[in-house]
Write a new protein. Sequence first.
Length: 241
Amino acid sequence: MGDMDKNLRNSSRRQLLKGALIGGAAIGVPTISTAQSLVGGNAGDASIPVAAYVFFTPGEASFIEAMVDHMVPADEFTPKGTDLGVNVFIDRALAGSWGKGDRMYMQGPWREGTPSQGYQSPLLPSQMYRAGIAGTNQASEKRYGKSFDLLDASQKEGMLKSLEAGKVQFDSGLSSKAFFDVLYKSVVEGMFSDPIYGGNANKAAWKMLGFPGVVQTNARNIIEYKNKRYSPKVLSIADMS
């Protein structure tokens, strides 16, 4: 493992956490974890990522796995993205009601909106993902001679930054920046959502932050634990069932 690859992974983790904690909600896409349907599975087993995909094709799955492992690399705090189940979270969301556009206004007009106006696209989230993955792989083939999942860490970083800046032109006409914004927020939500939705396996991301989970009695601890470390038992929805 080279120093460059390690630095890139550490940088990706810092940027992901920064966005999740102070800016992730600003993208404006309806929250996946509150809009999606749980597709299959047992709530009691929800903290364990499942291997089968219900939305992604094998090629799309390769892209998603490579992307989430690059954006959420394993370190001393949490496992990598696929071990956290971020890929499973996104797959379930796209196969469920969020991917189908439930609770989203889809009647137009379709003009480029401001950041505060949120999601502005005639494409359903599932359609945007399909078009965005295909367009990114096509751009990757053109730039590097191989699909995104086969790129090294520096190449993946370069491709993702190009998407974020809107510098990649998709043949479908989809904005690469719009695709990246949805992609980024999906990863953040998959990392920090309740494990019942497929991500945040074993509540690892919550434990990293010291977040207690679904317990609703934390107000009484404000005085007792002021300026002290608070290390409660982390509980998920499944734990309360």
